[in-house]
Design a protein around this ligand. Sequence first.
Ligand code: HEC
Ligand code: HEC
Length: 183
Amino acid sequence: MTPTIAPTARLIFALALLATVSLTTNSALAQSALFQPLYEVLTHPRCMNCHTVTDFPRQGDDRRRHAQLVVRGTENQGAPTLQCAACHQDQNVADDAVPGAPHWGLAPLSMGWEGLNANQLCQALKDTSKNGNRSLADLFKHMSEDELVLWGWTPGGNRTTPPLSQPDFVEALKAWVDAGGPC
Ligand code: HEC
Ligand code: HEC
């Protein structure tokens, strides 16, 4: 009898091994799945309209080019003759027609995220040569406290907000940072 049991045992062992391998693969997927909810927020128009790779900001959910021929300018603050601050105040004004928050301006080109897939955006976000030399802890602080980020959830008018609520975003952010920022 033993000779027939041995191959069965080997088969069971092999199956168990296979199961372990696929479990490992799944947990790798689950890790980068921690970035997925962040990706959905970061690529929302409220964030992306400022994180462009173009020489101008964008507007609206259709992410059209900003009106009034507004340009990036050398300091990401518009042309010398037409600065962002000429229209954008520290809060939404004119019945929310003009959105506003402190230090309103375009994100520098190195922080432009247009066209990046989840993995590329995750890598760019953590790249200290691009992100303003921020550690994961700095990124957490910026994305949970910065006034331009918070504006994304209080954009005024009938502007839409990111798919996660602000507290849920902070929670997802914490889980990602605690896990070491997997991509
Ligand atoms: C009005 C324009 C504007 C909006 C809207 C905006 N940002 Fe930014 N963002 C900036 C600017 C400007 C900087 C650079 C500031 C700095 O480095 O201190 C920046 C920097 C960042 C950084 C750090 C740099 C990096 O690449 O890691 C993160 C993260 C970020 N923003 C996330 C967001 C998220 C998330 C939203 C939406 C909820 C958002 N931003 C909305 C203008 C904007
Ligand atoms: C001449 C006035 C004016 C100037 C200058 C100006 N903006 Fe705007 N901006 C507006 C108005 C008005 C809106 C609202 C448009 C709407 O909601 O249809 C707007 C909307 C936006 C939005 C869209 C918000 C969203 O997600 O829909 C962004 C981003 C933005 N501006 C960035 C900038 C940046 C960055 C600069 C400087 C480089 C700038 N603007 C310069 C008037 C201006």
